[in-house]
Design a protein around this ligand. Structure first.
Ligand SMILES: *[C@@H]1O[C@H](CO)[C@@H](O)[C@H](O)[C@H]1NC(C)=O
Ligand SMILES: *[C@@H]1O[C@H](CO)[C@@H](O)[C@H](O)[C@H]1NC(C)=O
Ligand SMILES: *[C@@H]1O[C@H](CO)[C@@H](O)[C@H](O)[C@H]1NC(C)=O
Ligand SMILES: *[C@@H]1O[C@H](CO)[C@@H](O)[C@H](O)[C@H]1NC(C)=O
Ligand SMILES: *[C@@H]1O[C@H](CO)[C@@H](O)[C@H](O)[C@H]1NC(C)=O
Ligand SMILES: *[C@@H]1O[C@H](CO)[C@@H](O)[C@H](O)[C@H]1NC(C)=O
Ligand SMILES: *[C@@H]1O[C@H](CO)[C@@H](O)[C@H](O)[C@H]1NC(C)=O
Ligand SMILES: *[C@@H]1O[C@H](CO)[C@@H](O)[C@H](O)[C@H]1NC(C)=O
Length: 482
């Protein structure tokens, strides 16, 4: 393959963010004196800006705390943190991230309610529980809203029923409690007879890229991470469907276990050995088998940990978002052919027997929901891709790939999951800031010029941009130089 190869995990932007986050994590404080119960009327607003985590509620053992968790440099999320490692084991992940600012309030009035008046008057996130009396954090890391005087009643609300990307040992994993990554790109679900990983597109399309079927499955499963180092899958009647062992299985209790859906879409298990999280299980050991490893239209080299592009875009590989080729304005496409490429999850894809490569391509070409096809000349199978093209990997020559490209999308970055998207957003932000800056500078010129005419305009962010856009470019240029 003649192509520029770049390291998988060496994206400098990601590295930069990691360094920032890690250095902030150092500031995460212990919660030795944090209260262990929140009562009706409780309110809190994030305080000093440099803390990575601000605890509001601690569990009786002091291992976990619930509070404000810094997301990026300006936003926050509600989180339950494993204090020795500063690892969030639960996050609220509201639809709209709130500001780490005085405009943000967490209150308890029977419900936990998060508001940010800088965004909207109505709550951004709420537990929707019907009138609980107090909030506690259990030594399991479960955040609970309870009633007084009814110790054996189930909680009115519990974080274990609303997981984010992590299951801790003892937490019930059911069809109603899938795990998600923060960007909602990946999900981990338990289904009828299996557990599986999915990549999501625009809500309706998904790629199922990993599935484990339980050996003694009988219906809709539920699961629990066992402290002894395995994932226990139950049948609906409670009987064993399967026991998936981690490395620490049969070694007795070695420390707190968790299972986490990683931001790259992999599923890992870890245990805490009092110093660090030890990797105990990983669902997918070959990075090229993850559909997002090299982004959309990316090409992955197994064993080498390098990426290039199946189709080049302007900044990295060609980007896709979601949708299909059905309907007016959508139906134009071109295509590329590539020999010797495949994906590792062909057994989870729709496949049809065909006579030839030509049959396979025609099947995809004439079906507007088809994005691409892989033909295997040894078995004469045609595998159909019904979602936007993601990372494919270099393989033996018996595979022939056919991939559609949206017409007019050549080189345009229109979202997608590639690591390059971050750059796109940053560049977009820079361009916007530059435009605003230039506009403001220009407005400054206009302001002084206008003042000489004794009219004092109100300086308003955003307004000037539109105003100056209407003026001739030449005027704008000279004004910004005054
Ligand atoms: C993509 O661009 C690189 C150079 O940036 C080039 O080496 C490579 O051949 C291109 N790949 C394709 C599929 O056009
Ligand atoms: C923390 O609590 C202990 C005892 O409960 C007390 O002696 C100490 O002064 C408290 N520290 C702070 C900073 O409040
Ligand atoms: C509360 O209800 C709203 C609207 O029904 C829903 O979007 C939100 O996810 C709920 N919050 C929780 C924590 O379940
Ligand atoms: C956690 O709390 C329960 C009671 O709620 C108790 O039985 C158990 O021993 C505690 N575990 C630890 C590790 O403190
Ligand atoms: C876990 O969830 C399943 C399915 O909803 C349920 O049958 C089971 O009782 C739950 N177990 C616990 C311990 O909550
Ligand atoms: C658009 O698609 C048609 C086939 O439907 C193709 O012939 C044409 O070259 C494409 N145009 C561009 C600009 O890619
Ligand atoms: C078109 O392809 C999709 C999957 O790519 C498949 O589900 C559907 O049945 C196909 N339609 C026809 C008419 O072949
Ligand atoms: C499959 O295709 C490869 C590459 O074109 C070729 O070398 C091989 O002989 C083919 N195998 C069969 C069974 O047709």
């Amino acid at each position: 393959m003649k192509s520029t190869e770049k390291g998988l995990h060496m994206d400098p932007f990601v590295l930069f963010c990691t360094v920032i986050v890690l250095s902030l994590v150092q500031g995460a404080a212990g919660a030795s004196n944090t209260t262990t119960q929140l009562s009706n009327g409780f309110t809190a607003t994030p305080g000093k800006n440099d803390a990575e985590f601000e605890p509001l509620l601690a569990d009786p053992t002091g291992v976990f705390a619930f509070g404000f968790w810094h997301v990026g440099s300006t936003k926050l999320d509600l989180a339950v943190i494993h204090l020795p490692s500063s690892q969030p084991v639960w996050r609220a992940v509201p639809f709209n991230p709130v500001n780490w600012a005085a405009t943000t309030t967490l209150s308890f009035d029977g419900n936990l309610v998060l508001t940010d008046t800088a965004i909207q008057k109505d709550p951004i996130w709420s537990t929707n529980a019907t009138m609980g009396d107090f909030v506690v954090l259990r030594n399991t890391s479960n955040l609970e809203i309870n009633h007084f005087g009814n110790d054996n009643a189930p909680p009115v609300w519990q974080s274990f029923d609303h997981p984010f990307d992590t299951l801790v040992q003892g937490q019930n994993f059911t069809a109603l409690t899938p795990l998600f990554t923060a960007n909602k790109r990946y999900t981990f679900r338990i289904g009828i007879g299996n557990i599986a990983l999915y990549m999501l597109f625009g809500g309706s399309q998904e790629i199922n890229y990993w599935k484990h079927s339980a050996v003694e499955a009988d219906g809709q499963l539920y699961g629990v991470v066992d402290p002894q180092g395995f994932f226990y899958l139950h049948n609906p009647d409670g009987s064993k469907a399967e026991q998936i062992p981690f490395n620490s299985f049969n070694r007795g209790f070695v420390g707190l276990h968790r299972v986490t859906l990683q931001s790259d879409g992999n599923l890992n298990a870890y245990y805490w050995d009092d110093k660090q999280w030890v990797l105990d299980y990983t669902a997918i050991s070959e990075p090229c088998a993850l559909p997002g490893t090299c982004g959309s239209y990316g090409l992955c080299f197994p064993g080498q940990h390098t990426c290039s592009c199946l189709v080049n875009g302007t900044d990295g590989c060609l980007q896709t978002d979601s949708g299909d080729f059905c309907g007016k304005g959508n139906s134009d496409f071109s295509f590329v052919r590539r020999a010797g490429v495949t994906v590792e999850y062909t057994d989870l894809m729709l496949s049809i027997p065909v006579e030839s490569l030509d049959d396979c391509e025609k099947t995809c070409q004439s079906n507007c929901s088809c994005w691409g096809a892989l033909y295997v000349n040894t078995s004469k199978h045609c595998y159909l891709m019904d979602s936007p093209i993601q990372t494919v990997e270099v393989s033996g020559n018996s595979y022939q790939g056919y991939f559609k490209l949206r017409n007019g999308s050549g080189g345009k970055s229109s979202g997608g999951s590639g690591g390059k998207k971050g750059h796109g957003v940053m560049i977009g932000l820079l361009v916007t800031l530059t435009i605003v800056f230039v506009a403001l500078a220009a407005y400054g010129g206009y302001f002084f010029w206008d003042r000489r005419r004794n009219r004092l305009p109100r300086v308003q962010l955003g307004g000037p941009t539109q105003e100056m856009v209407q003026g001739p470019y030449k005027d704008l240029h000279t004004m910004s130089n005054t």
